[in-house]
Ligand binder design. Structure first.
Ligand SMILES: [Mn+2]
Length: 450
């Protein structure tokens, strides 16, 4: 171990060892892959990481960022992170990425106009939750983003795992480098409430000390810019939680005068499925998605879950969002001429409690098969959660999906195991006390905190 005190005046020195041969070299192509054993601390990166003088990121800069995060996670205590990535470099990266993200529409579209063609592949990724080493493996296994390789990440980059900051920043770096190849959607954990309960806020303050508040605030600002959903090749809808409600049109004043009879509709029955037009108009700039009022679509997109029971109903387990049945999947696919929905949001712990849906052992489940297509849940954090109250682990694989031309509508699943062993680190939240899944949102505290 190198420098240990957070106030150390001299930056830690990387170990003088051979360079990391090929952790970041050409990708393997297996469809069910086992990561190689890590080669701890063999990278000898130049630190601190500085922002390129001309402000232009390159593939080699982003590769160096990933290698350095990997090395530092094994070789340095978390409090030395400012020696790895100074606040000045953090600021540049987050500001540059935020400017790009805030301009994107709520639902980003990957199609011919964005460069999708007969040579393209689209990789879709589910929850990664701060599991840096698994994200690095996934990127290598799937092949890094490039002219012919698009990526859509379905959110939940931070919380629970110990390297949420590194994961989020390396994904922002790819976004800045290739804004039209890499798409980062918002997850329910990219919010003030979740990051204050599930570890990210504490992770940031542990890593950045006095600058922690500033860094955390900038991350929250960046979360506000993340788009909510994507449509790939006009055929595939992806979002973290999934489907969402539409506005129930209230009768105009004139209509009220004409028809004075008051119709009492129970709230549950008044839920109708929302449209892509409504999604496009929703306001997504908030620290926490509202669960009451008139802007409910983002909360649904980020928090909802599929169900095997028909219809739309409030997601009482979560306290926010909806449950939707196979009939809603069919209605949505048919109405918008889609073939596939890829959503994430439910890991092995969540699925352990939902006996009518499949377990998350291989990183994905096919939840609904209807006339117009399918609904898939995709989870990309293997051996999740990193910290667990019980000795018994889920030992789940993670998975990513590849969509191929010409239709881009048939998911090719790639399952993978966790990189082991993970570097030892203290958790950033009380994982024995905090509820196992994301259910039962403490709405009162969300109000106070937002
Ligand atoms: Mn989630």
């Amino acid at each position: 171990m190198l420098a240990t005190s957070s106030g150390a005046a001299t930056p830690p020195q990387p170990p003088a060892q051979s360079s990391d041969e090929d952790f970041f070299s050409a990708a393997s192509t297996s469809s069910d892959s086992k990561p190689p054993s890590p080669t701890p601390s063999t990278v000898r990166p130049q630190i601190p990481i500085t922002w390129p003088e001309d402000g232009a990121l390159t593939v080699s800069w982003v590769t160096y960022l990933m290698q350095t995060f990997d090395w530092a996670s094994r070789a340095l205590p978390p409090s030395d992170f400012p020696f790895v990535l100074p606040v000045q470099t953090f600021d540049k990266l987050v500001l540059t990425a935020s400017k790009i993200l805030h301009k994107e529409p709520n639902c980003v579209r990957l199609d011919e106009s964005s460069g999708l063609d007969s040579e393209s592949r689209v990789v879709v990724v589910g929850d990664v939750h701060g599991q840096l080493h698994d994200v690095l493996f996934l990127l290598k296994d799937a092949g890094f983003p490039g002219d012919d390789r698009f990526f859509v990440f379905n959110g939940d980059y931070v919380d629970r795992g110990a390297w949420g900051l590194e994961v989020f920043l390396l994904l922002l770096a790819w976004k800045v480098l290739m804004p039209h190849r890499v798409y980062l959607l918002r997850g329910n954990h990219e919010s003030k409430y979740c990051t204050s309960v599930y570890g990210f806020e504490k992770e940031v303050s542990t890593k950045y000390g006095d600058s922690g508040k500033h860094v955390y605030r900038k991350c929250l600002g960046c979360f506000e810019g993340l788009p909510l959903a994507s449509i790939i090749a006009g055929k595939v809808y992806t979002a973290h939680g999934g489907l969402f409600r539409g506005a129930v049109t209230t009768p105009s004043k004139r209509a009220k005068k004409k028809n004075r009879k008051v119709v009492h509709t129970p709230e549950v029955n008044s839920l109708i499925l929302g449209s892509l037009e409504e999604l496009a108009k929703a306001r997504r700039s908030f620290l926490d998605p509202p669960w009451e009022g008139s802007n409910l679509i983002p909360g649904d997109v980020l928090w909802s879950d599929p169900s095997m029971s028909p219809g739309l109903s409030p997601n009482t387990e979560r306290g926010i969002g909806l449950l939707w049945g196979p009939d809603c999947t069919e209605e949505f696919l048919k109405k918008f001429n889609l073939k596939l929905i890829i959503r994430s949001h439910e890991g092995p712990d969540a699925r352990d409690k939902r006996h009518d849906l499949g377990g998350m052992d291989v990183g994905y489940t096919i939840d609904h098969i209807v006339d117009s297509g399918k609904l898939v849940t995709l989870f990309s954090a293997p051996d999740y959660p990193q910290f667990q109250a019980t000795v018994e682990r889920y030992r789940n694989k993670g998975a990513y999906i590849v969509l191929e031309p010409p239709q881009f509508e048939t998911p090719i699943f790639h399952s993978f195991e966790a990189v082991a062993p993970r570097p030892k680190v203290n958790p950033y939240y009380d994982f024995e006390d905090v509820i196992d899944s994301d259910e039962e949102l403490d709405l009162a505290s969300m109000v106070a905190g937002s």
